[in-house]
Design a protein around this ligand. Structure first.
Ligand code: SF4
Ligand code: SF4
Ligand code: SF4
Ligand code: FES
Length: 346
């Protein structure tokens, strides 16, 4: 069990685990501190400067990089903090494409929450505006789109790609008001090392990184990915009886919320019009639809004509361990041969 630290936030006595930072401690105790660049799974970067707090005996500092200490007294609001946050926010929003109604993050967006809490000086906002034209959208990746006009430069995608995925496909490029996230050499995503895992998309706090053709599901079903035998846990989002999204299950012991490109974006085959939904049997040189009983009878009849080394099985990495166990059992015990291999070994 983790050692508990006692501290006071806004006059309230609270406890936190040793090793937590002040931002985590506040959020765990339902005390909201505005923040954009912090993510609990990543190293804090201290980039957005929104999580300013006052701590007795210390200068005004950022909560996400300050570890909790026994007896600490923290204030999350004051006129000075409020003014500092407003300026930090206005610099982020001045060139932001705030067409919220056309943004998939609308109502779930961390920037909206920050703006709601901090407020903005609209006159100053207009003066801070740097660009009249919108920057080009990077839609080179078939699975997701990057809209730099909605990016708040929090760096969460960059740290996710490096610390979680280990791909290091993206980083900051350019400086000052020209700064943006891109592939190495300011190249589009498709020309980078990007593995299309989508881990950056799920952590982007705003609508800058969004899944192509995203539809918000009306409900979700917990299941296991069927693409390989790893058994990653996921939630499939459903709308109008169609699967429209996939989200990693943080409580899955096999995957802890992570998914690869297939698990995250490969679900569309389920509703694809060309998907086979019944067995096909070749008759007179043409594949024709058949019932499962007909297909299984035909396979059993064909199999019964072979025994021993006339027969071989190739098992599949798409099957579960249990399926593959049964496949080898069938091959050895029923068909009488050790001629069995697995596609993952080829
Ligand atoms: S990212 Fe947030 S603030 Fe920006 S357009 Fe989307 S919903 Fe609105
Ligand atoms: S999709 Fe994955 S590999 Fe590509 S940039 Fe995002 S985190 Fe990196
Ligand atoms: S794309 Fe999203 S996660 Fe990446 S820096 Fe911009 S706002 Fe942050
Ligand atoms: S959340 Fe602390 S600086 Fe961004």
């Amino acid at each position: 069990m983790k050692e508990k630290i006692n501290l006071t936030i806004n006059g309230r006595s609270v406890t936190a685990d040793r090793g937590m930072n002040v931002l985590e401690a506040s959020l765990r105790n339902n005390i909201y501190i505005p923040h954009l660049c912090f993510h609990a799974e990543l190293q804090p970067a201290g980039a957005c400067r929104l999580c300013m707090v006052e701590i007795d005996g210390q200068r005004t500092t950022i909560a996400c990089k300050t570890p909790v200490e026994e007896g600490m007294t923290v204030r999350t609001e004051s006129p000075e903090i409020s003014e500092t946050r407003k300026v930090a926010l206005e610099l982020l929003v001045a060139d932001h494409d705030t067409d919220c109604l056309n943004c998939v993050q609308n109502t779930k967006c961390a920037l909206q929450r920050v703006a709601d809490h901090v407020g903005m000086n609209l006159k100053r906002l207009r003066r801070l505006k740097f660009r009249e034209e919108l920057l080009p959208i990077d839609d080179s990746n078939p699975f997701f789109t990057f809209n730099p006009n909605r990016c708040v430069l929090c760096g969460i995608c960059v740290r996710t790609c490096s610390e979680i995925q280990g791909a290091e496909a993206i980083d900051f490029t350019n400086r000052g008001s020209e700064a943006m996230v891109a592939g190495f050499g300011a190249k589009p995503r498709i020309e980078s090392n990007c593995e299309s895992c989508g881990e950056c998309i799920v952590r982007c706090p705003v609508g800058a990184l969004v899944e192509t053709d995203y539809e918000r599901p009306t409900h979700q079903a917990r299941t296991v990915c069927s693409f390989c035998g790893c058994g990653c846990g996921l939630f499939l989002g459903v709308r109008d009886n169609r699967i429209v999204s996939a989200k990693g299950d943080i409580n899955s012991r096999a995957s802890q919320g992570r998914l690869c490109v297939k698990g995250r974006f490969g679900f569309r085959f389920v509703n694809h019009p060309e998907r086979l939904t019944s067995p096909l049997i070749k008759r007179d040189g043409e594949f024709v639809e058949a019932s499962w009983d007909e297909a299984l009878d035909l396979v059993a009849e064909k199999f019964s004509g072979y025994k021993g080394n006339q027969f071989a099985t190739i098992a599949s990495a798409k099957c579960t361990n249990e399926d593959n166990y049964l496949t080898q059992k069938f091959t050895r015990a029923i068909m009488g041969t050790n001629n069995i291999d697995h596609c993952a070994r080829l």
